[in-house]
Design a protein around this ligand. Structure first.
Ligand SMILES: [Zn+2]
Length: 209
């Protein structure tokens, strides 16, 4: 599904959207939940994009519904993988979350990717800016490309409205709410969250907190 300009939400990942950016280098934002890898590759094929055309895979945070096909897509595309240094140990399974998310990591024992690079010091990958937005996870990031904010799980949308994530799945909800406020100062026009659909920004960044 085209969002705007050269930004697409991958229909194969509906419910936990991964996004495709057709900038000078083709970039994938997140990789969906386990089992969606083949469908993602098929969708790329239907857009005349070869796996090896993907140059970078950027991970907003370590949750299973965002890294579910990372190892497969790394193998198929040969892309560089990027994530925050705080979240990388969770992706490799070297660190475990407490509570419900610990339980999830036992249910889904997914293949680990080979090499994950920490985001560069200058927070830039191609035309993308990496914005640290900790709270949902320790190293959660949002990404900005042109006038689009890729929100990961900083917020979600429901019936066209933007909402914070439920606090029981946040690592630190207070921190997440601070990150939401911080991001509001950025001049984006579109919000692309993983959960719910992309929405156009409507004036003020007013979220019912
Ligand atoms: Zn998620």
């Amino acid at each position: 599904m085209k969002v705007t300009g050269d930004v697409y939400a991958l229909d194969a990942t509906k419910g936990n959207y991964a996004y495709l950016i057709l900038s000078e280098e083709i970039i994938l934002v997140d990789t969906g939940r386990p089992g969606q890898g083949k469908a993602i590759l098929n969708e790329l094929k239907s857009m005349n994009i070869k796996p090896e055309d993907i140059k970078h895979i950027l991970i907003t945070h370590h949750d299973i519904d965002h890294i579910g096909n990372l190892a497969l897509l790394e193998e198929e595309t040969g892309a560089s993988i990027w994530a925050s240094k705080e979240d990388i140990p969770y992706i490799y399974g070297e660190k475990n979350r407490e509570g419900i998310k610990r339980f999830l990591s036992f249910i889904f024992r997914i293949k680990k990717p080979g090499k994950i690079n920490p985001f560069p010091e200058d927070h830039k990958i191609g035309d993308i800016s990496v914005i640290p937005t900790p709270g949902h996870t320790p190293g959660h990031v949002c990404l900005v490309y042109k006038d689009v904010l890729f929100a990961g799980d900083l917020v979600r949308t429901s019936k066209g409205q933007i909402e914070p994530m439920q606090s029981f799945i946040n690592w630190d909800t207070d921190l997440s709410l601070e990150s939401i406020k911080k991001v509001g100062y950025l001049p984006f026009k579109w919000i692309c969250p993983a959960h719910g659909g992309p929405v156009k920004r409507n004036g003020e960044w007013n979220i019912n907190m």
